[in-house]
Design a protein around this ligand. Structure first.
Ligand code: CMP
Length: 273
């Protein structure tokens, strides 16, 4: 089984919380502490893979094989992992915890957030596939933990498990659809519709539906800031604040700690449509 602990990655921001490697080695060259850390890292990677739409189609043994190749990294909130136009290592990253924003900058230096990606989602797949520089800037929104597959391992994995190519394609189509919706939203819609469109995007990205007392609720955990929502919606923070207040009064949505709770998903969808 192949285990690696924290090699230095070119073009990647350095994490704040790297897995510690113990120094004292046993006769096989690996200390018990090191072995325990390796196996628990693999176990964590396995859990994330199993819960990721992209990898869920694979049987347990295959997932364990992939998990053993993964490298775990932690980054604080606000860390730029790479910038649009930067050369890529070709590595694939799978989010285990937290979220990243995907953004591009216009010529006037205005930043537009294209998407937020959360637990179970991957990034870096575009430059992995076409070997071109990164298409967007990736920045952590919260403290974020990722599992990385190096370019070489990712190639091996796709060769051994070609069903993943299909899942990857479906995921890329989903992102394209979301982007299309956003382009239309930004150009023509009034304020509330834009914010609704951004909110529906969040629901699709990481909404969790729960039936409570006969009614359906959607939870968006680790909700983004109003500024972030404003960037997603192509409007101002003040407009987002006003819209959320209106929806709060109407009983469509409430803010609960670090979460949004949506009570009227259908109405938001109608508004965003
Ligand atoms: P890559 O081009 O290697 O680096 C930037 C990453 O951002 C890209 O791979 C994708 O993983 C991700 N990305 C780029 N555009 C979008 C988008 N429209 N929606 C979601 N993710 C994106």
């Amino acid at each position: 089984m192949l285990h690696r602990i924290q090699p230095q990655m070119k073009n990647q921001a350095q994490p704040n919380n790297q897995t510690q490697v113990q120094v004292k080695a046993n006769p096989n060259g690996e200390s018990m502490n090191q072995l325990t850390q390796m196996s628990s890292c693999t176990e964590r990677a396995f859990t994330v893979l199993r819960n990721s739409d992209l990898f869920a189609a694979l049987p347990e043994l295959s997932l364990r094989k992939i998990a053993a190749m993964m490298i775990e990294k932690n980054y604080p909130a606000g860390t730029t992992l790479f910038r649009s136009g930067e050369n890529s290592t070709g590595n694939l990253s799978l989010i285990a915890e937290g979220a990243v924003s995907i953004s591009v900058e216009s010529h006037e230096q205005k930043e537009t957030v294209l998407a937020t990606l959360a637990k179970g989602e991957i990034f870096g797949e575009m430059s992995f596939l076409d070997e071109a520089p990164h298409s967007a800037t990736v920045k952590t929104v919260f403290a974020t933990r990722v599992f990385i597959l190096t370019k070489e391992d990712a190639r091996r994995v796709l060769k051994e498990f070609p069903v993943l190519l299909n899942s990857l394609l479906v995921e890329m189509v989903r992102r394209l659809r979301q982007c299309n919706r956003k382009v239309v939203g930004i150009s023509y819609r009034p304020m509330q519709e834009r914010v609704a469109s951004a909110m529906v995007g969040l629901v699709e990205d990481r909404g969790v539906r729960q039936r409570e007392g006969g009614s359906l609720r959607v939870y968006i955990r680790n909700r983004p800031t109003q500024q972030f929502l404003a960037e997603m919606a192509g409007t101002t923070r003040e407009s987002v604040s006003r819209t959320l207040a209106i929806w709060g009064r109407e009983g469509w949505l409430k803010t609960e700690g670090r979460n949004f709770v949506l009570f009227e998903e259908d109405r938001l969808r109608q508004m965003a449509a």
